[in-house]
Design a protein around this ligand. Structure first.
Ligand SMILES: Cc1cc2nc3c(=O)[nH]c(=O)nc-3n(C[C@H](O)[C@H](O)[C@H](O)COP(=O)(O)OP(=O)(O)OC[C@H]3O[C@@H](n4cnc5c(N)ncnc54)[C@H](O)[C@@H]3O)c2cc1C
Length: 581
């Protein structure tokens, strides 16, 4: 008899309607909605904080046809998104899960805004990642409205902090909109007021809190979800991690979890929702699913170790891996800090698209439009190095003026003293391009030629090799003051600098096979009754492609909602979701 079946004969420690494991965006949404729909809900989180990867993310949510965008005059339609996804996914664009996501998305946002503290704002411009028909420039990707962490009281310490590399002054969060004011507070009155406001609030915060309480991006989303979960009376248990799923025949009836007080057996009358954040650091899953060169660094928290997927496999669920990519990638640079902490810095958008930086592979050649999405950047990096048959490292190259203007990776814009970064071998410096090439082990003549060629493109404003600066996305992340192309500028006088970047996963896209109500399926297509998988525990509906900002958390929240509604028998209140197209 399998372990899971033997477990059912033992007495339960706790009985509930819905058991949710993992408190990121997906799990907290499922737990919250379950409670709002009248279920008794237990939400178990393995670590001592809620938030998972979501808390450390930008918190963007991609929901086509939402009302929040319409409210601020950047309307988007589900039909336009269908066109876009058809161009991206081909025959898979009509998959029932995609259809459910498109139909339910706007309903979920409105549901949450009406019943909880979760609020979204639509920036006017936040372009999709591909230049394809139906792509949106704004209105489709939403951000969480900033949240005052003080409102959480004692629960504030339960919100996982952002990545340390993204905070300044001992715990102040800085968003893209804050950067101009902090870099040039005296440029104008608006900058001054904004910068002083941020600093004064932070100084006040630090008297009574371990970090700043002005929460933005993923931290704001998680704090809003936590606030709502508490108000909805969800039973939240920390340091309680899923170990095994328990079945009775073909039905999933509960789970065994480990906690500081020992093993806890929880019976779940209406279902178990897996939301443990996907592959994460699971060595087994990384070896099975990721290319070797991409196994070393993950941007997920250390508590994400593939537990949901592995436990589900033991009760005959299967991992969908016939996808464009098993993960969504990010180029990351790596530095050991003075206190021994290993910083893995995701190069999201602050430097790559800016004019005056280029990326080369270990042969010293450009291999990608550096201003494209992080996922596309790494996908090209993996392809490029596969053909060059070397390691998967690439280098970002720039001159001194670039660092002054934009910074590079962990080196902030305007940094005068680079010693710390040079001594840690984070930055490599060369008086000439040839000297730099030699230091980083790249072919000298090739790198010199590559830079000369890039400089010719900077003069004409047209990148004949990769079309840098041609798309909305490129221009959005470039520098509007750089003419004729916001993403191209001559590499000027030395010294020159290089930063090595590595592939890292920001999310897994391979995950459990599920249906359009987030129910887990077995290898032969049977529904594993009572078992749901959401967020990164389920296979990406976009099949390992990256359509735009927010395409992980958007579906994570929508299918979190679907799972809870299905478990509560409430999906039928929305017949428009259930009728075939
Ligand atoms: C730097 C960065 C920026 C990003 N920005 C965005 C963005 O703006 N928009 C977007 O859509 N995506 C973004 N992503 C990806 C996105 O953050 C994740 O895909 C998403 O947050 C995953 O949500 P989740 O709820 O599935 O998992 P997580 O948020 O990772 O939550 C999983 C939780 O489960 C817990 N857990 C693990 N094992 C167990 C267990 N056995 N029992 C109980 N609990 C367990 C973990 O501790 C964790 O708290 C970003 C990622 C990174 C790294």
């Amino acid at each position: 008899m399998p372990q899971a079946d033997r477990e059912v004969d033992r007495p339960w420690d706790v009985e509930t309607d819905l058991l949710v494991v993992g408190a990121g965006a997906a799990g907290m949404t499922a737990a919250l909605v379950g409670a709002l729909e009248g279920l008794n809900v237990v939400l178990c989180e393995k670590s001592d904080m809620v938030g998972g990867t979501t808390a450390t993310s930008a918190g963007t949510v991609w929901i086509p046809g939402n009302r929040q965008g319409q409210r601020v005059g950047t309307p988007d339609t589900v039909e336009a998104a269908r066109t876009y996804l058809a161009a991206m996914l081909g025959e898979h664009a009509t998959d029932q899960r995609v259809e459910m996501f498109l139909r339910a998305g706007p309903i979920v946002l409105d549901y949450l805004e009406q019943k909880t503290s979760v609020r979204f704002a639509a920036p006017a411009v936040h372009p999709d990642y591909k230049n394809l028909p139906g792509a949106a420039i704004g209105g489709r990707a939403l951000g969480a409205v900033p949240f005052d962490g003080r409102k959480l009281g004692d629960d504030f310490v339960r919100v996982r902090p952002p990545r340390r590399e993204f905070m300044v002054l001992g715990g102040m969060m800085v968003g893209k909109a804050d950067i101009p004011a902090l870099l040039a507070p005296f440029r104008n009155w608006t900058n001054f007021r904004h910068a002083v406001g941020l600093l004064a609030r932070h100084a006040l915060d630090r008297i009574s809190h371990r970090r700043g309480t002005r929460l933005i991006m993923g931290n704001a989303l998680v704090a809003r979800l936590l606030d709502s979960v508490r108000r909805a009376d969800v039973g939240l248990r920390f340091e309680t991690g899923l170990r095994e799923i328990i079945c009775e025949g073909d039905d999933i009836v509960g789970a065994v979890l480990t906690s500081p007080a020992g093993e806890v057996r929880i019976r779940a009358r209406k279902g178990v929702v897996l939301a443990t954040g996907g592959i994460g650091w699971s060595r087994d899953l990384r070896e099975r699913l990721f290319p070797e060169v991409a196994r070393r660094y993950s941007l997920t928290p250390s508590s994400n170790t593939g537990d949901g997927i592995l436990a589900a496999e033991r009760v005959s669920a299967v991992v969908e891996h016939d996808l464009d990519s098993p993960a969504l990638w990010m180029p990351s640079s790596v530095m050991t800090q003075a206190d021994g902490h290993l910083s893995v810095f995701p190069h999201i958008m602050l430097d790559r698209a800016k004019p005056g930086l280029l990326a080369v592979n270990t042969s010293g050649r450009r291999f990608v439009n550096e201003a494209d999405s992080y996922h596309d950047f790494v996908a090209a990096m993996l392809r490029s190095n596969a053909s060059a048959s070397s390691t998967a490292t690439a280098f970002l190259i720039c001159d001194r003026a670039f660092i002054g203007d934009f910074g590079i990776g962990m080196v902030h814009p305007g940094s005068k003293d680079l010693t710390r970064f040079l001594q840690a071998n984070y930055l490599t410096e060369g008086e000439t391009i040839a000297a730099l090439a030699q230091k980083i082990g790249v072919d000298r003549d090739q790198l010199v030629q590559t830079v000369e060629r890039y400089n010719r493109y900077a003069e004409t404003g047209i990148d004949d090799d990769f079309g840098r600066g041609a798309s909305e996305l490129n221009r959005f992340n470039g520098d509007p003051n750089s003419k004729p192309n916001p993403c191209l500028r001559r590499i000027g006088p030395g010294p020159y600098y290089a930063v090595a970047v590595w592939p890292s996963d920001l999310a897994s896209s391979a995950g459990l096979r599920t249906d359009s109500s987030a129910r887990v399926l077995s290898g032969d297509g049977r529904i594993l009754s009572g078992l749901y998988a959401v967020g990164a525990d389920s296979a990406s509906i976009f099949r390992g492609t990256y359509p735009g900002p927010g395409t992980m958390i958007g579906p994570a929240m929508v299918f979190g909602w679907c799972a809870a509604m299905d478990a509560a028998g409430a999906l039928r209140r929305f017949p428009e979701l259930l009728t075939p197209r």
